[in-house]
Design a protein around this ligand. Structure first.
Ligand code: SF4
Length: 500
């Protein structure tokens, strides 16, 4: 008998205080079609209804209830959870809670993790390359000792389809899943501490679509778009996921479908959150311009856009201003990372594969200043979100330079132009060069419970950061509540100034 499949579609717990979780319209339908056309009927998606929650804990409570209400007691329930670095801890918590509830009710469930978190192979141990996601996905136990994941899909939805088909045909049972010879390509698991499985599914990434719409309980829509997630910079800390580029035909088809979803009422669409990590880079610009043109002309007006914009491209402020006005850009996400070449060299902040020099970083800073100054004169409300990384080789001097820059940019905020500054400590995220370069310094167990910086092994701090300001930061109570990112504020700045 085919297993019952439940896919968790919305997992927006990155915001510190999530209040709304909406079921996907477009993406759920897309996945349902993909599964049905592969002979897998009756897939359900969770949440089935919009969920309002005060915080991440109550959102997970509600999701657990929602999924448990869909479990079928007389057959295997295959639950797909997609997560990436920032949502991993919530995904693991959700998985552990589901296991506990299902065990109690004696319902058979199997949880499969998917998403960019499970994509890259970069963790190297004893000279062998293994998929980092597989290693931690299967090695991790929840605090109650119940294994929280039974397997990991590697290479898109196809492996998920394959495994459920095999089970449905009776070729393998849930328990037999752990025999590698019967597994489809792209399915990995850990047996007696050894990672088994092979290949990457060759099927298209059916779990991706260029557009998503989420309707929140308030009735508003969130529309996200992604045309390409290719980037040629190759920063060490980058956690960009599966390389994808949608064709202009796919984008056209997608936007037409999206409008149909809205009953043709194009006026409902005002904002577009564009998720491409580097849409205006040399390898992407022409494609991005073409896709943006298609979307705006199908909608019939210029959408207000939220985009990521490579900080290196601010060295040409004129082009940024042209893009701002041409495309109606209302918010920029900019990975500035650091003000100094010294820190850039360790974290691997690059442009087109080469570590940025001080001259490049200075040109960027001047460009950002010029763009902000010129945008103020446009009289439109435009926001710039600048992200920084504190590096292991930052010294008190370089950190002060970076913080002085943050303070300088923050002070440029006025009623119309907003400059928000966020910063984080360098983190060994799954799939990154930062992780593979420092594989011995990572606490594997931390992936189930922690995010970002806390994944470093305790002893690694002194090995990795012997001469840096990190130990001093850690001793400062202002920094002791570190979770994921800090917002710049003058109190931090003062604390950094006092570092010796
Ligand atoms: S600019 Fe760097 S961090 Fe951003 S997507 Fe490209 S490689 Fe990744």
């Amino acid at each position: 008998m085919n297993p019952k499949i439940i896919i968790v579609t919305e997992f927006p717990f990155v915001d510190p205080e999530p209040t709304e979780i909406g079921p996907y319209n477009y993406l759920s339908e897309f996945m349902d079609v993909a599964l049905t056309s592969n002979g897998i009927e009756g897939t359900t998606f969770s949440p089935t209804e919009p969920i309002e929650a005060e915080n991440a804990k109550s959102a997970i409570d509600a999701l657990v209830d929602n999924i448990c209400a869909q479990l079928t007691p007389d057959r295997l329930n295959l639950i797909g959870i997609s997560m990436y670095s920032a949502t991993a801890r919530y995904g693991f918590e959700l998985a552990a809670r589901l296991k506990k509830r299902a065990n109690k009710a004696r319902t058979d469930i199997m949880i499969i993790g998917g998403g960019s978190l499970f994509y890259k192979q970069s963790l190297i141990r004893d000279g062998k390359t293994i998929a980092d996601s597989i290693d931690f996905a299967l090695a991790q136990n929840a605090s109650n000792g119940i294994p929280i994941l039974d397997g990991a899909v590697f290479g898109g939805l196809q492996a998920f389809i394959d495994i459920s088909r095999q089970i449905g045909k009776g070729n393998i049972s849930k328990n037999e899943v752990f025999f590698p010879t019967k597994l489809p390509n792209g399915y990995y698991f850990k047996e007696n501490g050894i990672v088994r499985g092979s290949g990457i599914s060759l099927a298209a990434h059916m779990d991706y679509a260029p557009f998503e719409i989420t309707q929140f309980p308030s009735g508003k829509f969130k529309i996200s778009a992604m045309y390409s997630n290719l980037c040629q910079n190759a920063c060490y800390f980058c956690r960009n996921g599966v390389p994808i580029r949608f064709s202009t035909d796919q984008v056209k088809y997608g936007i037409k479908n999206l409008i149909a979803q809205l009953g043709g009422d194009k006026e409902k669409v005002k904002y577009l959150y564009q998720c491409d990590p580097n849409p205006f880079s040399p390898i992407n610009r022409a494609h991005t311009d073409e896709c943006m043109e298609i979307v705006d002309s199908e909608i019939g007006h210029t959408l207000q856009k939220i985009v990521f914009y490579d900080s290196a491209l601010f060295a040409d402020p004129e082009q940024v201003i042209v893009d701002t006005t041409k495309w109606g850009i209302r918010q920029y996400g900019i990975g500035r990372e650091t003000a100094t070449e010294h820190a850039a060299s360790f974290i691997g902040e690059k442009y087109c594969g080469r570590i940025k020099t001080q001259d490049m970083l200075d040109a960027e800073r001047r460009g950002i200043e010029e763009v902000v100054g010129r945008v103020k004169k446009l009289g439109k409300r435009i926001a710039f979100e600048l992200y920084y990384i504190i590096s292991p080789n930052d010294t008190a001097e370089t950190l002060n330079q970076t913080f002085d820059e943050m303070g300088h940019f923050a002070a440029m905020t006025d009623n119309c132009t907003i400059i928000a500054i966020k910063f984080a400590l360098l983190s060994p995220n799954p799939g990154t060069t930062t992780l593979s370069q420092n594989v011995d310094l990572i606490c594997q167990d931390s992936y189930a419970t922690k995010t970002s910086y806390d994944r470093w092994d305790g002893n690694a701090i002194t090995r990795l950061y012997p001469n840096s300001v990190f130990p001093m930061l850690k001793r400062n109570p202002l920094f002791s509540d570190y979770s994921d990112t800090w917002q710049y504020n003058p109190t931090f700045h003062k604390a950094v100034k006092e570092l010796h």
